[in-house]
Structure formats: structure tokens, C-alpha cells
Design a protein around this ligand. Structure first.
Ligand code: AMP
Length: 216
């Protein structure tokens, strides 16, 4: 089974994705995570991507599509993939369709998580990540038991550089301009459902799991 999670930054796609991959034994493929790992490793792709990411802009399609094609050529993706944060443009959606056609695979469902901007800004501004083990926290909704330190490994919690208020509005603008149309692309393909993502996390997860389990 292959799933695509769409939605604006801060809507909680990553949190829901983690629950679904665990329940359904899928591979979590987040282009944001792949790009941040490349930045951390200091590769050429990472250095090029960082300029776009820090400005709240999209990394060019050819770079992201290449990363996804390479990832999908690996054997572990055969068990099924949950794409989180990809595709973000119509060009990326077309590239994924072409790659899947070549591989003889298909997208089973596209879930589009939606919430008003005020909810997104609140979720993004409180988001923190462990600089050491990458665990995710939220100052209000999922705080670490050790305050500013990770309660799993003791690492320092950091705010993503693109989660600062000055970049957040730009990311929301980019979403409206480039990514919102991707939902329409999949609506036409008939694999699309909207998820009301302003509800409490548990309600969203049970809704998502019911839908996804029906696909099995
Ligand atoms: P995310 O973690 O999904 O919010 O992504 C963080 C940043 O990485 C985005 O603001 C973009 O700069 C970049 N990025 C992640 N996924 C993509 C994508 N599919 N296409 C272009 N840029 C991306």
C-alpha cells in the first residue's frame, strides 16, 4: 500500500504519518527529513537545498524528484511507502506517477490534512526537535518531561530554523501558491480525501486509521 499525506506546514502530517507507518508497517518517506539529513551531512544537494529551505521556499522539482526516484529504487520501499511532504507541486505529482508506472506500483490513497492558518501557526511555533535523536516535541501539546532537554536521550531541543515566525508566513504563502493545487490533481484521479486536521490528535488518528485499514 502506498499513501500520500498532503497539507500545509504545521498541520500535523508528520505526527499522523508516524502513527500510520507503525500501524500499517509502511516506510515513512519525508522529503523534509531527507533534505535536512543532507544539510546536516553537508552534501552538495544539502548545501544547495539549505538556501531554499531557510528562505521558506520550495527546493526545485528536479532535485526533489531525483531524491525520490533514488529512494524508490531501494528494496525496502517495496513493502509500501507513506509520502509525507511530497509531492508539493503538480510537476512532482506527475514525476511520482511516472516513477510508479515504471515500477508497476500505484498510489492507494491521498489524504489532505486541512486546518485554519491560526491553528497552523500555533502548532509550528511550539514545535521542537531533539538535535541529537530527532525526536519531535511540542511546547504545549507534547512537551518533553525534561523541559528544554529531550526526555528520550538528553539532547538539547532546538527549533527548526524554518519554523521561526519570519519564515512561517512565507511557507504558508508557498503552500497556497504551489501546493494547494496538488489536492485538485489527486481529486481528479479519484484517490483523494480531506481530513479535518484542526481536531485533537487522537480524533484525527482514529479517523485516518479507519480509512487506511479499509484499503487493506
Ligand atoms: P517539511 O519538513 O516538509 O516542512 O519541509 C521543510 C522544507 O524542505 C520546505 O519548506 C522546503 O524548503 C523543503 N521541502 C521539503 N519537501 C519538499 C518538496 N517536496 N519539494 C520542495 N521542497 C521541499
Amino acid at each position: 500500500m502506498n499513501l500520500v499525506f498532503l497539507g500545509p506546514p504545521g498541520v500535523g502530517k508528520g505526527t499522523q504519518a508516524a502513527l500510520v507507518v507503525a500501524a500499517m508497517r509502511l516506510l515513512h518517506v519525508s522529503t523534509g527529513d531527507i533534505l535536512r539529513a543532507a544539510v546536516k551531512a553537508g552534501t552538495k544537494t544539502g548545501l544547495d537545498a539549505k538556501t531554499y529551505m531557510d528562505a521558506g521556499k520550495l527546493v526545485p522539482d528536479d532535485v526533489v524528484n531525483r531524491l525520490i526516484r533514488e529512494r524508490l529504487s531501494e528494496k525496502d520501499t517495496e513493502k509500501g511507502v507513506l509520502f509525507d511532504g511530497y509531492p508539493r507541486t503538480i510537476g512532482q505529482a506527475q514525476s511520482l506517477d511516472a516513477t510508479f508506472r515504471e515500477l508497476g506500483r500505484k498510489i492507494d490513497a491521498v489524504l489532505d490534512f486541512q486546518a485554519p492558518d491560526a491553528v497552523l501557526v500555533e502548532r509550528i511555533s511550539g514545535r521542537r526537535t531533539c538535535g541529537k535523536c530527532n525526536a519531535a516535541f511540542h511546547l504545549k501539546f507534547a512537551p518533553s518531561k525534561k523541559g528544554e532537554m529531550c526526555d528520550k536521550c538528553g539532547g538539547a531541543l532546538v527549533q527548526r530554523s524554518d519554523d521561526r515566525p519570519e519564515t512561517v508566513q512565507q511557507r504558508l504563502n508557498v503552500y497556497r501558491k504551489d501546493t494547494a493545487g496538488v489536492g485538485e490533481y489527486y481529486r481528479k484521479a479519484g484517490t483523494y480525501a480531506e481530513i479535518a486536521a484542526w481536531r485533537p490528535i487522537e480524533q484525527i488518528s482514529s479517523d485516518v486509521l479507519v480509512r487506511v485499514k479499509k484499503l487493506r
